[in-house]
Design a protein around this ligand. Structure first.
Ligand code: N01
Length: 484
């Protein structure tokens, strides 16, 4: 029989690499990382659109165990984050563990030898005792099914598959969507194109972005005096964390933030009709709050128009809206986000006794603490159901989960399988869903946080430190550890 790895990690983004590093630090070197792309970095490899950056400050959007005193900006840009992840890969010697261009196609738990058997798109099989799913939730581009799209004669691409060979200079360009990605690339491409037509379905709430360069002095200070860097990181953490008060404790507190966002519109949007069009009608925070200093300014440009009439059709040379206008364009860029809810379920995962993950998740994805699923022994998810965030750094959640997985692996060393009890998973998710009821995300807007039934399967309903507290050690009574 082929080799059985101790651990197989699927995905080499922030979570998969973090897991791999911590395995090594724990003296566990018997693992393999399968990555479908040709390089590490996940989101930060994939999203290369102009202006791509993170909306969480750099000193917090990095591993606590691998600080980077040299971050050049308060809010890191894509290239710098990607460089950071490649640096981590080299520094911790992960290259020999990585198998690029290897997509996991199926993962089946083999009851007889208590191992996961993975098959890859290249026809290989990989066997491992434990499987860590670091798939990344924002990964499958969502392209709307617009009537006539296949007839369009110009170029089309999604923000996460940016076509850098396509020269936008002097072109008439349609941008569909006004989410986090679009508001970052619109100001970048607006000066270049002949005309930009932005199709907005729902206006986003946008706050000013307190971005700036981190000065040479600060960088030297952080390098020479690590406590200053740690204090800076902690300050950012608690500043972000305070926002949870409005998101989950009392949504009425969001009114204060809404006032700031309204002032941001008033300050930057001069035309009253445009002002009305970009002012959202839902409670701020219900959809992700965006940050930008230049998006509204881009809308003021003479070559940029915002259309709020819904798209009804795409023709050979243009996009037709419900008001009967045909907007003639040479290219359509989709800033339409990702299919997040089905991202995990789409993986072909079969647990103990032949139970499919799709069946276990027939009512929607759920996991115990977002990490383990009853009936799927020795499987651990990173950034699993209900562990996304609307207010703080996902890297904090990832590190918390990795710590939990390492503890479970120590139990697994002594046993044959570790499997969360169905009752523990159910109780945990009842608690999660009941906590979500009073949150800002349930105040009536439509967002990718919610599934088709309006249930939130993506976000953690509380402070991140409560997640850390609940997850820091596995409550072993919630798990069944089967002896060898
Ligand atoms: O996608 P989105 P994104 N017709 O889903 C619209 C992360 N991220 O790629 O609001 C017309 O936010 C849709 O309209 P509506 C971050 O977590 C992070 O921008 O559904 N429009 C919306 O305006 C983020 O939340 C960073 O009515 C259609 C837009 O497309 C997530 O990625 C940076 C449509 C989609 O917005 C996704 O962001 C970038 C249709 N048929 C991204 N379908 C950071 O800085 C959809 N839309 C960390």
């Amino acid at each position: 029989m082929a080799k059985t790895w101790e651990v197989a990690i699927v995905g080499a983004g922030f979570s998969g690499l973090g897991m791999a590093i911590q395995l090594k630090k724990a003296g566990r070197h018997d693992f393999v990382i399968l990555e479908e792309a040709g390089d590490v970095g996940g989101t930060w490899r994939e999203n290369t659109y102009p202006g791509c950056a993170c909306d969480i400050p750099s000193h917090l959007y990095s591993y606590s165990f691998e600080p980077n005193p040299g971050w050049t900006r308060q809010y890191p840009r894509q290239q710098e984050i990607w460089d950071y992840l490649r640096h981590c890969t080299r520094k911790y010697g992960l290259e020999p563990h990585l198998r690029f261009r290897t997509r996991m196609v199926t993962a089946e738990f083999d009851d007889t030898c208590a191992t996961w058997l993975l098959t890859t798109d290249g026809g290989e099989t990989v066997r491992a005792r434990a499987l860590v799913g670091a798939f990344g939730p924002l990964h499958h581009p969502a392209i709307p099914d617009l009537p006539g799209l296949d007839r369009f004669a110009g170029a089309t691409f999604h923000s996460a598959r940016w076509d850098h060979d396509y020269d936008l200079a002097g072109k008439r360009v349609a941008v569909i969507g006004t989410g986090s990605s679009a508001i970052q690339f619109v100001p970048e491409i607006a000066p270049e194109v002949a005309h930009l037509e932005i199709f907005q379905r729902t206006a986003p709430w946008i706050m000013p972005k307190p971005d700036r360069e981190i000065t040479g002095f600060e960088r030297r200070l952080f390098r020479l005096f690590p406590p200053a860097r740690r204090a800076f990181r902690n300050l950012i953490y608690w500043r972000q964390e305070v926002a949870a008060l409005g998101f989950v404790v009392n949504p009425r507190l969001m009114r204060l933030i809404e006032r700031l966002a309204r002032r941001h519109i008033e300050r930057h949007v001069r035309d009253p009709a445009l002002r009305a069009a970009v002012t959202p009608s839902y409670v701020i925070g219900c959809k992700r709050i965006l940050i930008s200093n230049d998006y509204y300014r881009a809308l003021n440009r003479p070559n940029v128009d915002l259309t709020t009439s819904p798209i009804v059709e795409v023709r050979e040379h243009g996009v037709v809206t419900a008001d009967g206008t045909e907007h003639r364009v040479d290219a359509i860029i989709f800033g339409t986000g990702f299919r997040v809810i089905d991202a995990l379920a789409s993986k072909m995962i079969v647990g103990a006794n032949g139970r499919k993950l799709q069946d276990a998740w027939a009512d929607g994805p759920q996991a115990y603490r977002g990490i383990t699923i009853a009936g799927f022994p020795n499987l651990f998810l990173l950034v699993g159901p209900n562990t996304g965030l609307g207010h703080n750094s996902i890297v904090f959640m990832i590190e918390t989960q990795i710590r939990h997985v390492l503890r479970c692996l120590r139990e697994l060393d002594r046993g044959r399988t570790i499997d969360v009890r169905a009752g523990a998973e159910r109780d945990f998710n009842h608690w999660v869903q009941s906590r979500l009821r009073g949150t800002v995300w349930q105040t009536g807007c439509k967002s990718w946080y919610l599934d088709d039934e309006g249930r939130n399967r993506t976000l953690w309903p509380g402070f991140t430190f409560t997640y850390w507290w609940r997850t820091r050690t596995p409550r072993l009574s919630d798990y069944e550890v089967v002896a060898r």
